[in-house]
Design a protein. Sequence first.
Length: 182
Amino acid sequence: MTSRRTVLVAGASLLLPLAPAARAACRTAALSATRDAASCIVLDIHGPKRRPDDVPLASLTLAQLQALPQTTIQTSLPHALHAVRRAAWEGPSLSDVLAEQGLQAARSVYVESLSGYGADLPSEDLRTYSPILAWRRNGQALAVRNNGPLIVIYPFDSHPALRGDIRYLQRIVWQVQALTVQ
């Protein structure tokens, strides 16, 4: 297991490999969404009960997430998020990410951002709306400075009732760093 250290990047902490050269490369890659970012750990997955040593069940790189089946959601985000332009968001479904780790029976998943903001997504959402962990928008990888490297996206245009429901606005988490299954 690779030794890791929390590093501050643009005001947000990232878990990066401990080696200084690798740490510097991941910091630069995360800020600009370069190809090198694919080898950096971007997502930690924790089980229902966090371990005393806070070691995640899994730590995934962007390349590992990209190797999962990819879904594209064409949608515009609600006006409240100040991003009304329709975009093509691409990434694995949250259901696929959890299933890959043997966690498909989760009652809910808590999604946590680099800033510490988080939201609970009930399993009903995963089944009904199939939100994705998008890593690309309109063909461009998401950098940390552009709400990346991961953002939870719901298909708002396919399910217009979601737009007026504040609960779904609160479930759009950007700069995702961790999932905790409950």
